[in-house]
Design a protein around this ligand. Structure first.
Ligand code: NAD
Length: 421
């Protein structure tokens, strides 16, 4: 992988920029450039023919100065250690910005789950836990679902860990099914958290969301809930949406139920009748109030950043805006809300699940939503306050760098308080 595309090198560059801005202690900076613990292991899994096959898995604990590691386990054919390391760094900053009692971690297995039957998937999930049980735990490192892993897999993993410990270890993993004490409100928590950020961003921009025009890139888990919520919560109009095949646009707004049906019937939103077909690139440049990238990374780049007409860019996806586009957006007055603030709702509700598991006392969906709103709104306000602080010192800093500066300084301060440097 070319250096500039290596996600871990990118994550280190982002840290370096924040460190310079904050005048971070050089020892803290050096410690924060690398994970604290990186484990790679090969392990056997019994396949349908009775033979064993060897798989390679990873678990990286980036930093646990503020609490147990936290981060998903991905099952992906192209999984690699550098991606897991980068994702574990981003989890550290995300948990720190949300100010929840977690550090950052991430895990993965190199596997194409489409080649596995259900029993093989269960065998793989249990074998992963047997292999990495020494490195995870409710007080050390708490995994969760991610790409191609789901609540059922979390249920098997929790069960395997509980068998090893001869106990009921619900708090070892989050994103579990409700039957084994997952949290209410986990499903739409990422998109809902993003909505609370949008509400606050709109206030800052004096924008009335009622009747505002929204374009969403992606109609998967994040984009789907985002569509439903912007209309239900704010009365906004979604004028465009896309998936990997392309998008649809209607000036008067798209119908959510019709769109879901088109997707279910044809496998793509392309089948939506009565709207104009557009490309993903055209969607990004539409004259809308709010643009919500909710698909994949590297969508707004220096090539198209100048053409973004939206006043607010809400990064529900991870990494949709490249670093070279940040300055262009900032100079053009686009309020770009960074991914690790906007999509932190998922990990915040994961944190609630862990807290509830530890207390063995459970909250209603309404309580979960209310607590999520309190935490994410506080994060938003912290970021805006930090920008103002820098502005008062004559430094023009975008929301991403302000968020980094808060997150990194909290982790550095925790390391200092523990006497690590
Ligand atoms: P998903 O796989 O459910 O959906 C992805 C969507 O993006 C699909 O509609 C797909 O067709 C579309 N897509 C793929 N390639 C595209 C392209 N080139 N152009 C336009 N659309 C394209 O994934 P998801 O869970 O919705 O996640 C989307 C993003 O949100 C990712 O960046 C993910 O990391 C981030 N995110 C999701 C969650 C969550 O809880 N789901 C949490 C945090 C971050």
């Amino acid at each position: 992988m070319a250096d500039e595309l290596d996600p871990f090198i990118l994550s280190q560059k982002q840290l370096d920029n924040a460190a310079e801005l904050m005048d971070l202690d050089p020892i803290a900076h050096a410690m924060l450039r690398e994970p604290m613990q990186t484990v790679t292991a090969n392990f056997p899994v019994e396949m349908r023919d009775g033979n064993k096959k060897i798989f390679t898995g990873f678990r990286v604990l980036y930093n646990d100065a503020r609490g147990p590691g936290k981060g998903g386990i991905r099952f992906h054919p192209k999984e690699n250690l550098d991606t897991v390391k980068a994702l574990s760094a981003w989890m550290t900053w995300k948990c720190s910005l949300a100010n929840i009692q977690f550090g950052g971690a991430k895990g993965g297995v190199i596997v194409d789950t489409k080649q596995l039957n259900q029993k093989e998937l269960e065998n793989l999930s249990r074998a992963y836990i047997r292999t990495f049980a020494k490195f995870i735990g409710p007080k050390t490192d708490v995994p969760a679902p991610d790409v191609y892993t789901n609540p059922q897999i979390m249920g098997w993993m929790m069960d395997e860990y509980s068998k090893i410990k001869m106990d009921n270890e619900f708090a070892v993993i989050t994103g579990k099914p409700l039957e084994v004490w997952g949290s209410e409100g986990r499903f739409d928590s990422t998109a809902l958290g993003g909505m609370y950020v949008l509400r606050e961003a709109a206030k800052l921009k004096n924008m009335n969301l009622l009747g505002s025009k929204i374009a969403i890139q992606g109609f998967g888990n994040a984009g789907n809930f985002a569509f439903d919520l912007v209309t239900k919560l704010f009365g906004a109009t979604v004028v465009a949406i896309s998936d990997s095949e392309g998008g649809v646009y209607s000036e008067n707004g798209l119908d959510y139920e019709k769109l879901k049906k088109a997707k279910a019937d044809t496998g793509s939103i392309d089948g939506y009748k009565g709207a104009k077909k557009i490309t993903n690139d055209e969607l990004l440049k539409l004259d809308v109030d709010v643009l919500i990238p909710a698909a994949i990374e590297n969508q707004v780049t220096k090539k198209n950043a100048d053409k973004i007409e939206a006043k607010i860019l809400l990064e529900l996806a991870n990494g949709p805006v490249t670093p070279d586009a940040d300055d262009i957006l900032f100079n053009n007055g686009v309020l770009d809300m960074p991914d690790f603030l906007v999509n932190s709702g998922g990990v915040i509700v994961s944190y609630f699940e862990w807290v509830q598991n530890i207390e063995s006392y459970y909250w209603s969906k309404e309580e979960v939503y209310k607590k999520l709103d309190t935490i994410i709104t506080k994060s938003f306000k912290d970021v805006i306050e930090k920008q103002k602080e820098y502005a008062a010192k004559g430094k023009k800093v975008d929301a991403r760098m302000a968020a980094y500066s808060i997150a990194v300084s909290r982790v550095a301060n925790a390391m200092k308080a523990r006497g690590w440097y």
